[in-house]
Design a protein around this ligand. Structure first.
Ligand SMILES: [Zn+2]
Length: 65
């Protein structure tokens, strides 16, 4: 049994990280997996883009016109 999580587990953790703080073992799992896996790093970047885009949209919405 490996302590390195699968890509499926990692992508789920990355999604959940948008909604709640990750526990220490979860963060550790990402820390172990991400340097080894380009696919999951790309996935994390895409999530970051979505998050930034949503924040931009919300900021615009708050601005009075
Ligand atoms: Zn992966």
């Amino acid at each position: 049994m490996s302590f390195i999580p699968s890509c499926k587990e990692v992508s789920e953790l990355l999604s959940q990280a948008q909604e709640r703080p990750l526990t220490f073992p979860e963060k550790f799992a990402l820390h172990v997996h991400l340097p080894l896996c380009k696919g999951c790093r790309n996935f994390r970047e895409q999530l970051g883009f979505i998050r930034a885009a949503v924040r931009r949209y919300i900021d615009q919405d708050d601005t009075p016109r």
